[in-house]
Design a binder for this molecule. Structure first.
Ligand SMILES: *[C@@H]1O[C@H](CO)[C@@H](O)[C@H](O)[C@H]1NC(C)=O
Ligand SMILES: *[C@@H]1O[C@H](CO)[C@@H](O)[C@H](O)[C@H]1NC(C)=O
Ligand SMILES: *[C@@H]1O[C@H](CO)[C@@H](O)[C@H](O)[C@H]1NC(C)=O
Ligand SMILES: *[C@@H]1O[C@H](CO)[C@@H](O)[C@H](O)[C@H]1NC(C)=O
Ligand SMILES: *[C@@H]1O[C@H](CO)[C@@H](O)[C@H](O)[C@H]1NC(C)=O
Ligand SMILES: *[C@@H]1O[C@H](CO)[C@@H](O)[C@H](O)[C@H]1NC(C)=O
Ligand SMILES: *[C@@H]1O[C@H](CO)[C@@H](O)[C@H](O)[C@H]1NC(C)=O
Ligand SMILES: *[C@@H]1O[C@H](CO)[C@@H](O)[C@H](O)[C@H]1NC(C)=O
Length: 896
């Protein structure tokens, strides 16, 4: 049925029927339990046991020291949440009264006035239990008894009726983690990961309310606009999911109103449907003229308009309303043969425009799921937007985020690659497990599908690779596990997604060869094939600053290097600076990646000269050098991927259309792959991302003796200026370029364009760096600029080091903070001016305890004076900032 809009009008609702009654159950509850069942403390809902124990002072800060081990007993015991609430006569007169839990973590038995009303076994499902018959007018009691998730997972794994093991049973010892998490539908990382601690929480982590109704209430709205390229209207399939309780049929009217740019369009239709398992799905299709709405675009390609769609359900005894904000865009994951005949493409096309995906992978916003409900996420999205990101992969070992997260993504133009919550493991496929998963998929897809930001659903993270690369010694029984894999992601999850959104894009895994994997029975021989699909790339032994180290894939959906958080962040986790040495027992404790601390030191020492481990400033240097190592490695790798946009090599590799680095955020203070640390401080990587993801960049690679320079431009339009590339040669000790080679270029939105190729030995000789290339490389470096005819700067400055920095004759510049001034006190913006008398590398401004971000940091300074802005997180005086701010650089004498 296609819904015909009646007219533009103001919707007038019939005032006859009563509304659905909603009564929140959030706020102060009590929780009892503990190893001796003797603890009773206040607990806030939404909340979790670790938060409650910390807030009541029962335990200390779990993020301090070895808190994850000290407090592991919390996850081993049962806990009961309870509260009382008042029921009115009006509520009790409803035909159905449900208690609705947005999130129960994980195994709970819910009782009302001593009567059991339901149980839960999936943290990602919304539970409704009918409690009407247990209620009385006046005071009532509700209790939620949680069984230990650790004990339950173990019992499930050891059930004698299991036919075979589902590996891995336990994480590697370095994780200091808990076993059998793949048996349960709980955030997989809550039993530890390589970047995070084990906190096997329980709790009521989502909002809770009571709903009373006579006929039905609106449980979900799904509206997902579609458009054929030639149409001048959008087709919007709309599904209204009504919960009707136990009743045979339900009839009523659905009123729809959409606020377009031309006014409010309204329409209305009647329905009469039978109820199936408490539920009725009422569907229609709306047609919206393209002229009445603006298209939703990813960040960097246009604006992000969304429109309010209001649905009102009216029946004999009821009236209920629900709203979604929809965006008008088309999305396609293009996998088609390329001109070269090798492999298939793999890229996102939004509104018919191929998009180079730029962004990162997100781990859980907080390891305690309840905390991700209340954090202010707006700064995180502002950060991504300022770094020109347009995609975020919500990774499968965490949680589906709160609605507000996706609304912010809609507004920021951040496309969400949404994994289902399965990662790095095999999973059960018995009937009970699959039924449980189906509930989860139904709930999550219905809840999130209307967000224009959600562009793809992916079955899992790395589980195709788990099988193909035999991570857990499953090759002998490959067929058993492969069949389970296909059953779960292809036969069960995929059709559930398509039932809700027939035009959804579904990808079975990541990394995957996509259609090629499907051809090979869903598990490809090599799911990381660079000619197909996406790749995840990690290598901690090769040169991390050499483009040759990196693959040339269609799409890089994960890649990363570790670094250390800042000292101030570390001091929230330990009091001892000695703990921050890479060989300390504490660093070994917090380093979950096997061999990580040694790898980090080796990777640094391949490029730079760390100070003597005995020197006073070693820890400070190690932290700073580790951030340089990571930032520069990620810059070189990302620019390498961008330089293969629209370009292939002789093997047919290339046409790269995505770079999502691992990882955006942190859940504790540890050596990890993040760009933003647990305290919200930016590592150098996050500053570099602003430059390496800039819509226009100039980049280069030195292979053999040739410096190849490329320019890349993303977006919908080329700049209306004549563009030139400038390659300069500098000596380390001078701020004057020795030579400059100018090349006119024609930028191309669809491909990386060669700017020039320079014979490096000749260029260095001409510049006066010396005729012996090996020696000349140590004295000089290349500096790249993208300019218009008026020499206006179009892209961030770039630089290529012809030699490893540890071998170079670096200058010893005098780098100083010249001034700190107020720019806008109301907006907390200050300016900081830094001076130097020679080339200064990785100039790093730090405000220590004063939190905030600079407009630029970690830069290479070739100008005698450079001014950047600092925006403080909270109010600070000029004097306080002047006292706090310090500057360092690679050749800082403090490190000698
Ligand atoms: C539980 O009881 C034991 C033995 O009385 C005691 O040692 C332990 O500290 C108690 N644990 C808690 C968390 O109260
Ligand atoms: C945590 O455990 C460590 C190691 O057993 C111990 O030294 C430390 O005192 C404990 N801390 C707390 C707060 O219980
Ligand atoms: C925790 O609850 C489970 C299930 O309700 C029960 O089987 C188990 O014995 C309880 N454990 C403890 C330590 O009370
Ligand atoms: C709805 O349909 C049922 C069965 O077809 C019918 O008995 C009932 O009268 C209808 N109700 C309304 C309100 O039209
Ligand atoms: C293969 O599975 C069978 C049971 O189906 C089991 O006995 C055997 O140990 C498994 N082999 C391996 C190597 O896991
Ligand atoms: C939506 O999916 C249907 C069924 O797969 C397909 O026929 C149709 O072309 C798709 N429409 C758009 C606009 O993508
Ligand atoms: C470039 O010029 C065209 C035609 O003059 C104009 O429509 C467009 O807005 C300009 N684009 C930019 C980015 O300035
Ligand atoms: C600093 O902030 C001011 C005010 O927002 C702005 O005009 C100026 O361009 C900024 N400077 C830098 C270097 O970002």
């Amino acid at each position: 049925m296609v819904l015909i809009w009646t007219k533009f009008s103001v919707l007038i609702l019939a005032g006859l029927a009563n509304g659905v009654i909603r009564q929140g159950l959030n706020g102060q509850w009590k929780v009892t339990g503990g190893p001796n069942k003797t603890l009773t403390i206040d607990a806030y809902v939404p909340g979790g046991i670790f938060s409650a124990l910390m807030e009541s002072g029962t335990i200390g800060d779990i993020f301090y020291g070895t808190g994850d081990s000290n407090y592991s007993w919390v996850g081993l015991t049962n806990w009961t949440y309870s509260t009382t609430f008042t029921v009115s006569e009006e509520l009790l007169n409803s035909r159905v009264v449900l208690v609705v839990f947005e999130g129960l973590d994980t195994f709970a038995t819910v009782s009302v006035n001593g009567h059991e009303v339901g149980t839960s076994e999936n943290m990602f499902v919304r539970y409704n239990f009918n409690i009407r018959d247990q209620l009385q007018v006046g005071a009532n009691e509700i209790s939620v008894q949680f069984a230990s998730a650790v004990a339950t997972a173990e019992a499930l794994a050891k059930d004698p009726s299991n036919e075979y093991v589902i590996p891995p049973e336990c994480p590697v010892p370095e994780y200091k983690g808990i076993c059998y998490v793949n048996r349960i539908r709980k955030q997989q990382a809550s039993f530890a990961w390589d970047w995070g601690p084990a906190f096997a929480s329980v709790g009521i982590w989502g909002l809770t309310e009571i709903i009373g109704f006579d006929d039905a209430f609106i449980e979900y709205l799904v509206a997902t606009p579609l458009k054929n390229p030639d149409d001048d209207f959008w087709t919007v399939p709309l599904s209204v999911y009504l919960n009707a309780g136990e009743i045979a049929a339900i009839s009523g009217t659905i009123d729809v109103s959409l606020e377009t740019e031309k006014g409010v369009r309204t329409s209305s239709f009647k329905f009469n449907e039978t109820v199936d398992e408490f539920e009725v799905k009422v569907t229609t299709t709306l047609l919206v003229p393209s002229s009445e709405v603006s298209t939703w675009w990813p960040n960097g390609y246009g604006t992000q308009s969304t429109y309010k769609l209001l649905v009102t359900f009216v029946s004999e005894h009821e009236r209920d309303q629900s709203t979604v904000h929809i965006g008008f865009r088309t999305v396609e994951l293009v996998q088609e043969k390329l001109g070269t005949g090798q492999g298939l493409s793999f890229y996102y096309k939004v509104n018919q425009v191929p998009i180079f995906a730029k962004g990162a992978n997100a781990i859980p916003i907080n390891i305690l799921p309840e905390r991700s409900q209340s954090l202010n996420l707006a700064p995180l999205f502002e950060t991504m937007k300022s770094a020109h990101m347009n995609m975020l992969r919500v990774w499968g070992g965490g949680v589906y985020n709160v609605d507000y997260f996706y609304s912010l993504a809609d507004d920021a133009g951040i496309m969400i690659w949404q994994d289902f919550m399965f990662a790095c493991a095999l999973y059960p496929t018995d009937d009970a497990y699959l039924k449980n998963v189906v509930k989860e998929v139904k709930h999550q897809v219905r809840r999130l599908a209307s967000h224009p930001s959600v562009v793809i659903w992916a079955g899992n993270n790395e589980n195709e690779a788990v099988l193909a690369q035999d991570w857990y010694d499953t090759m002998d029984n490959f067929t058993i596990y492969k069949n389970d894999y296909v059953k779960l992601y292809v036969d069960v999850i995929r059709p559930e997604v398509l039932k809700i959104v027939p035009n959804a894009t579904y990808l079975t895994s990541s990394p995957t060869n996509g259609l090629e994997s499907d051809q090979e029975g869903y598990v490809a021989q090599n799911p990381g094939d660079s000619l197909y699909g996406d790749v995840h790339f990690y290598d901690y032994t090769s040169d991390s600053w050499a483009p040759e180290t990196f693959p040339i894939p269609r799409f890089a959906s994960e890649y990363g290097y570790q670094s250390m958080p800042s000292i101030e962040s570390w001091l929230t986790a330990t009091a001892s600076l000695d703990d921050l040495r890479p060989d300390s027992a504490f660093m070994d404790y917090r380093q979950h990646h096997p061999g990580g601390n040694d790898q980090n030191v080796d990777l640094i020492e391949l490029q730079m000269q760390l100070p003597d481990p005995e020197s006073e400033n070693y820890v400070k240097a190690f932290i700073y050098f580790s951030q340089i190592l990571q930032a520069q490695a990620m810059k070189i790798q990302t620019e390498h991927y961008r330089s293969f946009k629209g370009r292939v090599n002789e093997k047919g590799e290339g046409n790269t259309m995505g770079a999502l680095y691992w990882q955006l955020n942190d859940v504790w203070v540890a050596p990890t792959w993040s760009g933003i640390d647990f305290t919200g401080r930016w590592k150098m990587l996050q500053y570099f991302a602003k430059d390496f993801f800039n819509p226009m960049i100039i980049t280069g690679r030195l292979t053999d003796d040739n410096l190849e320079v490329y320019a890349i431009c993303d977006g919908l339009e080329l700049p209306n200026v004549t563009v030139k590339g400038l390659v300069q040669v500098y000596k380390w000790e001078s701020l004057e370029p020795l030579i400059a080679v100018e090349s006119p270029i024609s930028l191309d939105l669809y491909k990386s364009v060669p700017v020039t190729t320079i014979h490096a030995p000749t260029a260095l000789q001409t510049a006066g760096c010396g005729s012996d290339y090996a020696e000349a490389k140590k004295k000089c470096f290349f500096h790249l600029r993208l300019l218009d005819q008026g020499n206006n700067i179009l892209a961030p400055f770039n630089y290529i080091f012809p030699e490893k920095l540890k071998n170079c004759a670096l200058a010893k510049p005098a780098v100083k903070i010249e001034s700190v001034e107020i720019v806008d006190l109301y907006k907390k913006i200050f300016s900081v001016t830094v001076s130097t008398d020679a080339v200064a590398l990785f100039v790093w401004l730090d405000t220590h305890e004063v939190k905030g971000v600079f407009s630029e940091n970690g830069f290479l300074q070739v100008l005698p004076s450079k001014t950047v802005n600092f925006t403080a997180d909270s109010r600070v005086t000029l004097e306080e900032l002047q006292a706090a701010v310090t500057v360092t650089h690679l050749s800082d004498p403090a490190y000698l």
